[in-house]
Design a protein around this ligand. Structure first.
Ligand code: SF4
Length: 401
């Protein structure tokens, strides 16, 4: 038995402590329940214990505790964000990414404004309360103006009796200046997702060329928060050379930064990316379990966050996103990118839902959510309760349904 399995929550001492040999083993549901009470004092040893559960059976007490915490703090509804991948042009060269600048084997596209607005309008009609506008990174004036225009146009085109302010808009377009972030915020975007991929400076350095720095990305996260966005980040799990301590560092960074949303998934190599084959990675099953463990740990540590069950989970298991929901996630991003360009936006190999049209994705997603006893929050932005608390405003009534 590994040393990691021989610890448990000590309710008297209110900390994790090593067990005697005869007590060592899988943590009981009661112990996991005590972990929930310990949230404010949750220490790295406890987090490490959750993250190193290698099988579903070993992870089950933690999963159950995370599910309880989710239901208690955020309810049973799942919030939808229609995912519009509007351009795969990118000035960056992340070593793990299939659409990075130096990959000449991928055809490039940018959707027209009309296509973007039409797709958003379709989401509003379907009852998706929000969209995510995602693209590779560009910082030129033309791109900045285009995103601003798209945000304004979506807001104007998606006002309905259910949502008089139009759809909620999350942007995911990388590192920008404070002026640009402020421009887009004032245009109507109110959430921003900027994944670090790893908060460990050493690991970040191995994932990116020297021009892309850990410090610059972290500064962007802080800027976004100051401007007033609901801020999301995330990491990849199961990277070559990544250790459980790196993942603990990620979790503590989420908490210390006070982010409102998380989008995390297992590392999945891309055949045209230089990271592919650079060091050993765990099997698909183990990386999936590790990613689920991260969702569990994040939910236990920060009960009111919005956490996405990402498509990458589904790339490793057909029911990966449902498993994500059962481990503490409460957001799903149905694919609504027009099918004709979807295959060109592949950050990793084996991305699912490439051939389904948006109608098929809509009915599939609702069925998946219901299959795990949860329900869809229709026609609502579905904001993060964590954000409402840190801004000291109550969550919107629509989000409480
Ligand atoms: S991960 Fe994002 S920023 Fe990095 S190369 Fe890919 S699209 Fe560009």
């Amino acid at each position: 038995m590994s040393g990691e399995a021989r610890i448990a929550w000590d309710p008297q001492a209110r900390r994790f402590a090593p067990l005697h040999q005869e007590e060592a083993g899988i943590m009981s549901v009661a112990m996991a329940g005590a972990l929930v009470e310990s949230l404010p004092a949750c220490d790295p040893v406890g987090l490490r214990r959750i993250l190193t559960a290698r099988t579903a059976a070993e992870a089950e007490p933690f999963r159950r505790a995370a599910e309880q915490v989710l239901l208690q703090h955020c309810g049973d509804s799942v919030r939808l964000r229609g995912l519009i991948e509007f351009s795969n042009r990118c000035v960056c060269d992340c070593h793990y990414c299939g659409i990075r600048r130096s990959n000449r084997r991928v055809g490039r596209y940018t959707l027209s404004l009309a296509d973007i607005v039409e797709t958003a309008r379709w989401c509003a009609t379907k009852g998706y309360g929000s969209v995510v506008l995602q693209a590779g990174e560009r910082r030129d004036g033309r791109f900045v103006a285009f995103v601003e225009q798209a945000v304004c146009a979506i807001k104007a085109a998606t006002r309905t009796p259910h949502q008089p302010e139009g759809l909620g808009i999350t942007l995911c377009v990388g590192e920008q200046t404070a002026d640009t972030y402020a421009r887009w915020f004032h245009a109507g975007a109110h959430r921003y997702l900027l994944r670090m991929e790893s908060f460990s400076p050493a690991l970040f350095g191995r994932l990116h060329p020297p021009a892309q720095t850990h410090a610059a990305r972290l500064a962007c996260l802080r800027m976004l928060k100051e401007i007033g966005y609901q801020v999301g980040t995330g990491v990849m799990i199961g990277l070559p050379g990544q250790t459980p301590d790196d993942l603990v560092e990620d979790l503590l960074a989420f908490r210390d930064l006070g982010v409102d949303m998380l989008g995390m998934g297992p590392y999945i190599p891309h055949v045209d990316a230089p990271l592919e084959g650079q060091g050993e990675i765990a099997s698909d099953a183990v990386r999936l379990q590790m990613a689920l463990n991260m969702i569990t740990a994040a939910r236990l540590l920060m009960p009111t966050l919005n956490i996405a069950a990402t498509t990458a989970l589904q790339a490793l298991a057909g029911d990966g996103r449902e498993q994500g929901l059962r481990h503490g996630a409460n957001v799903i991003m149905p694919q609504v990118t027009p099918p004709r360009v979807r295959k060109l936006y592949t950050l990793y190999d084996g991305k699912p839902c490439l051939d389904d049209n948006p109608e098929q994705c809509a009915s599939c997603v609702e069925g998946r959510i219901r299959s795990v006893g949860r329900r869809v929050l229709w026609h609502a932005w579905g904001d993060s309760r964590h954000y409402a608390e840190r801004m000291r405003v109550g969550p919107a009534q629509e989000d409480l349904r």
